[in-house]
Design a binder for this molecule. Structure first.
Ligand code: SAH
Length: 358
C-alpha cells in the first residue's frame, strides 16, 4: 500500500516537474551560468553541462561524469531533459518531413533537405500562425501558441539523433512567424550558434519574416549575424495587402526602409522572397515594379515556384513565365535565383506545412 502510494506520488512529482520545471534546452549558456551562480556554484559548470547536452548529446544527468553528484541532483530537481517526440516520417527525393508531438499534444513539422553542400533543416517556430497569408497552408490554423526555445532546439536534436549526422544549416521557415515569437527565436539562435552548443555558424542560419518592421529593426542590433529573408511576394501595396494582411500594418515602404536600416548596420545582403502565383503577381509589369523597388539595395530576389495546396485557389506559374520574370529582373541588374523545389509530393514544401491533428 505504502509502495503504491509512493509510486503514485513519484509519477505525480514527475508530471508536476515536467509542467512547472524547465526543459534544460530552453536555456542559453548565459542563463545557465546565472542559474549556477544563484546556487553558489561556479559559472563554468554551464559550459560542462552544455558540452554533455550538445556535443556528447547525453540525455541522462547521471551520465554527466565530470559534474559532482550534488550538483547533478540539483539539476535533476530543477530541470527536465526533454525532446519533442517524432511521431511520423515521410520521404521524397532528397527530403524528409518529420511530424513532432509536443508535451501538450500539439503538433508541428520540420523538414530536412539534402543539399550537395550538406543537410539543411527547416524548423517551425509556432503551433499555427496568425499572419493569415492567403497562399500559405501553415496559417490556416490560427496560432495556438509559441514554441518554446527548447521545442525549437529539440527539433534539431531529435532529427540529428534520428539520422546520426549533424546539420550544415538551419532555416526558420517552417510553421509560424518567427518574429511573432521573437524572444524564443533569439534564444534558439544563441544556443544553436554557441561554440559549446550546436556550433551552427551564423552564416548558416536564416530567419524568414513576413515583415514585422519593429523586429527587423531590432534584429539589426543582434550581435550574431544571421541571414535575413523577407517574404515580399508582391511589388505594390494594393496587391500585397490582398495576399498578406500584415501589409496593412506594415506596408512595403516601411518594410523596405527597415531592411535598408538593417543593411546599413549589418552590411549584410538580404534575401527578398517572392512566390510566383499564376496570373496574380507573375507579370512582366510586376517584375519591373519589383526591380524599381529594389534598385540599389544590397538584396537579391529568391523566386519561389508556388507549391499548390489542396485548399488554396492559387496556381503555380508556368515555367516560361518564371523564366520571363527572372530575365526581366536580371536585365534590370537585380540579383535573382529560383528556389529549388523540394518535397511537394509529401507536402513538405514551403507553405505546405500544417499543424493538423491527423
Ligand atoms: N512566416 C515566415 C516564415 C514561414 S514561410 C515568412 O512569412 O517568411 C517560409 C516561406 O514560404 C515564406 O516566404 C512564405 O511566404 C513561403 N510560402 C508560403 N506558402 C507557400 C507556398 N504554398 N508555396 C511556396 N512558398 C510558400
Amino acid at each position: 500500500m505504502i509502495f503504491f502510494l509512493f509510486l503514485q506520488l513519484h509519477s505525480f512529482y514527475e508530471i508536476i516537474k515536467a509542467v512547472i520545471f524547465m526543459n534544460i534546452y530552453n536555456l542559453t549558456r548565459e542563463e545557465l551560468e546565472n542559474y549556477f551562480e544563484t546556487k553558489n556554484e561556479k559559472k563554468f559548470k554551464a559550459t560542462q553541462v552544455y558540452e554533455w547536452l550538445y556535443q556528447k548529446k547525453i540525455k541522462q544527468w547521471d551520465q554527466m561524469s565530470n559534474i559532482k553528484k550534488e550538483v547533478r541532483e540539483k539539476l535533476q530537481q530543477d530541470f527536465v531533459i526533454e525532446l519533442p517526440k517524432i511521431i511520423k516520417k515521410e520521404s521524397d527525393t532528397d527530403v524528409n518531413k518529420y511530424l513532432f508531438e509536443l508535451k501538450d499534444e500539439e503538433r508541428v513539422e520540420a523538414v530536412l533537405m539534402h543539399h550537395d553542400y550538406g543537410l539543411s533543416l527547416c524548423v517551425s517556430s509556432e503551433v499555427g500562425c496568425n499572419m493569415g497569408c492567403k497562399f500559405c497552408e501553415s496559417g490556416r490554423l490560427k496560432k495556438v501558441r509559441n514554441l518554446t526555445t527548447g521545442e525549437m532546439v529539440g527539433q534539431i536534436l531529435a532529427i540529428e539523433e534520428d539520422i546520426h549526422a549533424s546539420l550544415y544549416s538551419v532555416v526558420i521557415m517552417g510553421i509560424g512567424e518567427p518574429f511573432d515569437n521573437y524572444e524564443n527565436v533569439i534564444r534558439f539562435i544563441k544556443i544553436i550558434n554557441d561554440a559549446k552548443g550546436l556550433q551552427i555558424g551564423a552564416r548558416h542560419i536564416t530567419v524568414s519574416t513576413c515583415g514585422l518592421v519593429p523586429k527587423i529593426k531590432e534584429i539589426a542590433d543582434f550581435p550574431i549575424q544571421i541571414n535575413l529573408a523577407i517574404s515580399l511576394h508582391a511589388p505594390n501595396d494594393e496587391l500585397r495587402s490582398k495576399l498578406m494582411p500584415i501589409n496593412r500594418a506594415y506596408p512595403i515602404k516601411e518594410v523596405l526602409n527597415a531592411v535598408e536600416e538593417y543593411i546599413k548596420k549589418t552590411h549584410r545582403r538580404v534575401t527578398i522572397e517572392y512566390i510566383l502565383l499564376k496570373d496574380v503577381n507573375d507579370s512582366v509589369e510586376c517584375a519591373i515594379q519589383l526591380a524599381d523597388l529594389l534598385k540599389g539595395m544590397n538584396a537579391y530576389v529568391n523566386l519561389i515556384p508556388y507549391n499548390e495546396t489542396e485548399a488554396m485557389e492559387f496556381k503555380k506559374s508556368k515555367k516560361s513565365q518564371i523564366d520571363l520574370f527572372y530575365n526581366t529582373l536580371q536585365s534590370k541588374k537585380i540579383g535573382v535565383t529560383v528556389r529549388r523545389e523540394f518535397g511537394s509530393k509529401i507536402s513538405a514544401a514551403c507553405g505546405q506545412l500544417r499543424s493538423k491533428k491527423v
